[in-house]
Design a protein around this ligand. Structure first.
Ligand SMILES: *Cc1c(COP(=O)(O)O)cnc(C)c1O
Length: 383
């Protein structure tokens, strides 16, 4: 009876729906499923954070509407964490904003800066929300291919001037989902230059800044000279503290960027539950103690996965951050057929690269949010 809006009708087909359906079928056949498909940590939230939330829940003052932008204490904790972790100074009053998860911030950002016909620059393969949010706001997506020969970083020199002139937001995401690539300071410098020249906002999605390995430690885009003139950065408690279900994150950086996003949010949601903000403050104030054991688990799994994939002769770069492996599909398959066959015959769920955009074709993504690593690789190899 009700016709869906054009913006919904225009959405690309949701590839993961097909995977979910297949997963059910395979399960019903009695095949054991090992899910390496989702970017959702299997490890529980640290119990100290749960206790901080429990305590905050008991306080009736926290049961009322939260402040739209996040409590001052929350934004102060964010600023202190930024200073400690990245050496970046932030004003809690004008440069920090609480989010209901970073996805929420990404999804609302184009509404603040994109008018009909304006462009956003979006990595392909990439987190799908950058594109859908642009479309919802009436904007036009210009894809920036992430290619192996460029280290899965966009080639800024090939973006047409006419597009740059109409660009309002550039999304970047390092450490990267799905490729696990990292950005160099040189690349970040060139992004700042370009954004200053063409006057667009950079949205740096730094959801994986605290999931890193070996001797590598990701930086903040805001560490770059001039970055605060052009950029906001989005962070999340989801990956750092195994809190995907809690829905809390934050945006920081350029005042106008934060103001615009906050303005949209004021008209759409009513902020993050204050008790969760208090748990968030606890997490940030104790981040080293809380995050280290999490990273240690992923480090072990990362090493184990690397070894297993190398032994099985798969073609991939060893990740220095994120919990993803971006692996070449074996000859003779496209990414969708390979993922389908792997699921149907072996019960292994991986994500076909094409699910993240056309330039993801030829790859599949493995997530180490599952402890059954050797078993999974043996099964993949035996296909
Ligand atoms: C997981 C993820 C997010 C967001 O997560 P939230 O739970 O909404 O904070 C954002 N960007 C990327 C690239 C992600 O993988």
């Amino acid at each position: 009876m009700f016709k869906l809006s054009d913006r919904i009708e225009k959405l690309p087909p949701y590839l993961f729906a097909e995977i979910d359906r297949l997963k059910q079928e395979v399960k019903q056949k009695g095949i054991e499923i090992i899910d390496l498909g989702i970017g959702d940590p299997d490890i529980p939230t640290p119990k100290q954070i749960i206790e901080a939330a429990q305590k905050a829940l008991e306080n009736p003052a926290n049961h009322q509407y939260p402040s739209y932008e996040g409590s001052f204490e929350f934004r102060e904790a964010v600023a202190l964490w930024y200073k400690d972790r990245f050496g970046v100074d932030l004003d809690p009053g004008s440069e920090c904003l609480a989010l209901i998860g970073s996805k929420e911030g990404i999804a609302h950002l184009p509404f603040a800066f994109v008018d009909k016909g304006d462009y956003t620059l979006v990595p392909d393969p990439g987190y799908p929300v950058y594109s859908t949010a642009t479309m919802f706001a009436g904007g036009v997506v210009h894809k920036m291919p992430l290619l192996k020969e460029n280290g899965f970083v966009p080639d800024l020199d090939v973006i047409d001037k006419s597009i740059l002139n109409k660009t309002k937001i550039m999304f970047i995401n390092y450490p990267n989902n799905p490729t696990s690539a990292i950005a160099t300071k040189d690349f970040y410098n060139r992004v700042v230059e370009l954004a200053l020249k063409y006057g667009f906002l950079v949205a740096s999605d730094n959801a994986y800044s605290e999931i890193y390995y070996d001797n590598y430690k990701p930086m903040s885009f805001l560490e770059i000279d001039g970055a605060k003139e052009v950029a906001i950065e989005l962070h999340s408690f989801s990956k750092t503290f195994n809190m995907t279900g809690w829905r809390i994150g934050f945006a920081v950086g350029n005042k106008e960027g934060i103001y615009g996003l906050g303005k949209i949010k004021t008209n759409v949601d009513s902020g993050v539950f204050t008790a969760l903000q208090q748990a968030g403050i606890y997490a940030l104030n104790n981040y080293k103690v809380l995050n280290e054991p999490i990273r240690k688990i992923f480090q072990e799994r990362k090493d184990q996965m690397s070894l297993a994939l190398k032994k099985a002769n798969f073609d991939f770069e060893e990740p220095l951050a994120t919990f993803y492996f971006w692996v070449k599909v074996p000859d003779g398959y496209n990414s969708k057929d390979f993922a389908k066959k792997l699921l149907e015959e072996k019960g292994i769920v991986v994500t076909p690269g094409v699910g993240f955009g056309e330039y993801g074709e030829g790859y599949f993504r493995i997530s180490i949010t599952n402890p059954n690593i050797q078993k999974a690789v043996d099964a993949i190899k035996s296909l």
